[in-house]
Design a protein around this ligand. Structure first.
Ligand code: ADP
Ligand code: MG
Ligand code: ZN
Length: 475
């Protein structure tokens, strides 16, 4: 069989985190009662006029700057005409001729190799409503709450060659946009949606093959599976002497296969024209400069600084900086307790575990850096041992509270006093002659059991190091 290369370009839609919609004052909040966040503008009533939300342009420019784009200082909205029941105006306000950002790139690293993925453009547009299909199939209902929610569409060049590169690109986009606060970028909830354009060509060929566009991909796993399946499907078609048809396909992640939705439409099918209701947008250099000046320190820069300033391993920094919120907690905690490695461990091990167990995002972390710093200090000073610290931490994770008062109230301070511990240790020795004998006969491990018994007798509040020391002395 011939060798084939996979060629992938992505169209990524991101819902922007504005409070109100792009062309009206309705709320963008997710999950409201159906058709309550609506008005004549976002339900397409005749005569209603759109007014642009400035914050949308600001977010689009911020994402453009962060992805090395040129900002189009004179951009404009166009009407994309098509009928669909959840599209009440019979056109979508989008940008075709003069998109807000152009010619950028995103740098990714896959298996240690760096690569730059070109950004063809970023444009602003409005989201459509949502169709709700009745269970029994007798009718469909329309919820217009999402109609007019602002989107940006980030269109890449066909520069990616594998699922790994695609995931890496999407992760980079997602953290960048989350750091900017421009969107929460949740694939599952649809605030980030990626359409995968894929073609294959013989290895070494310079002409692009015919592509298909795949939709309905709502997790990185689904994207990965869909890419492999589509690559194989296209190769099978070509190998059997047929041609790939340019079309839009829908991925069914349960069946792990895609099916044709519609043949591909061209730009001309939409009869795009400049929207006469919206004047062109002039973007001043001052505005761009102000947005640039407001840019946060991004993940890559943070990781480098953490290695240099705090001396923590790159793998730690990588996990912590995945979320700006977690990175903020980390930095604040270190400022308060001066223990970067300890703070890193609480976040990347215990916090990540608890987030997973509770299906929460790092953004949902409730404990404060002040309290995490206090906990670290309590443990470092020997006031509480590590297992009690873990117990207190879990309580802090559930609902932020002051670990100092909690330890006091619940009498969790550990016993560090040798004389106070000696009596308990002696009692454990007397009660466990077998283990004592084992230890004396050279079975070093037997001491672990005796430490455990002492800890148990002390309800977990003894200092295990000191217990160990006393045991060795008494045996
Ligand atoms: P359209 O506007 O018709 O959807 P575009 O030219 O804007 O088409 O491309 C849409 C996306 O498809 C872009 O991300 C682009 O990189 C990608 N793309 C275009 N041609 C190919 C191809 N032959 N193989 C893979 N991806 C492609
Ligand atoms: Mg397109
Ligand atoms: Zn509205």
């Amino acid at each position: 069989m011939k060798q084939y290369e996979t060629v992938i370009g992505l169209e990524v839609h991101v819902e922007l985190a504005t409070k109100t919609k792009i062309f009206c004052g309705c709320s963008t909040r997710f999950g409201g009662e159906v058709n309550t966040h609506t008005c004549p503008v976002c339900t397409g009533m005749p005569g209603a006029l759109p007014v642009l939300n400035k914050k949308v342009v600001e977010y689009a420019i911020a994402v453009g700057l962060a992805t090395n784009c040129e900002i189009n200082r004179n951009c404009r909205f166009d009407r994309k005409n098509y009928f669909y029941p959840d599209n009440p105006q019979d056109y979508q306000i989008s940008q075709l001729y003069e998109p807000v950002c152009l010619n950028g790139h995103v740098d990714i690293t896959v298996n240690g190799t760096g690569k730059s993925v070109g950004i063809h453009e970023i444009h602003m547009e409005e989201d459509a409503g949502k169709l709700i299909h009745e269970e029994n199939g007798s009718m469909s209902l329309i919820d217009f709450n999402r109609s007019g929610v602002p989107l940006i569409e980030i269109v890449s060049e066909p520069d990616m060659r594998s699922a790994e590169e695609v995931i890496s690109y999407l992760e980079k986009l997602r953290t960048t946009i989350q750091y900017l606060g421009a969107s929460d970028c949740k694939l599952q909830e649809g605030s980030m949606r990626a359409d995968v354009n894929l073609s294959v060509r013989e290895e070494g060929s310079l002409v692009l093959g015919t592509r298909t566009e795949m939709k309905n991909l709502n997790s990185f796993k689904a994207i990965s599976r869909a890419i492999d399946a589509e690559r194989n499907r296209q190769i099978r078609i070509i190998e059997s002497g047929k041609r790939v048809v340019q079309e839009t396909r829908r991925w069914d992640d349960n069946k792990e296969e895609s099916y044709s939705m519609r043949s591909k439409e061209d730009a001309q099918d939409y009869r795009y024209f400049p929207d006469p209701d919206l004047p062109g947008i002039f973007i001043s250099q001052e505005w761009i400069d102000a947005i640039k000046a407001d840019e946060p320190e991004f993940k890559t820069a943070k990781m480098a600084r953490y290695a240099k300033e705090y001396g923590i391993p790159e793998s730690d920094a990588d996990i912590i900086t995945d979320s700006r919120h977690m990175a903020d907690i980390f930095e604040e905690t270190v400022k308060l307790c001066g223990q970067p490695k300890k703070a890193a461990n609480w976040l990347m091990v215990d916090t990540i575990r608890l987030l997973k167990e509770n299906s929460m995002d790092p953004e949902d972390i409730r404990f404060s850096p002040e309290n995490l710093a206090k906990l670290i200090k309590l443990n470092m000073s020997g006031t509480i041992n590590s297992s009690v610290a873990k117990e207190v931490f879990e309580k802090m994770f559930d609902g932020d509270m002051d670990p100092e008062s909690y330890v006091k109230e619940h009498g969790l301070a550990q016993e560090n006093d040798e004389d106070a511990l000696k009596a308990t240790v002696q009692k454990v020795i007397d009660e466990n002659p077998r283990s004592v004998e084992d230890y004396r006969n050279g079975k070093e491990k037997a001491i672990g059991f005796l430490v455990g018994q002492t800890m148990k007798a002390m309800q977990g509040k003894a200092n295990p190091g000191i217990v160990n020391k006393i045991l060795k002395e008494l045996l």
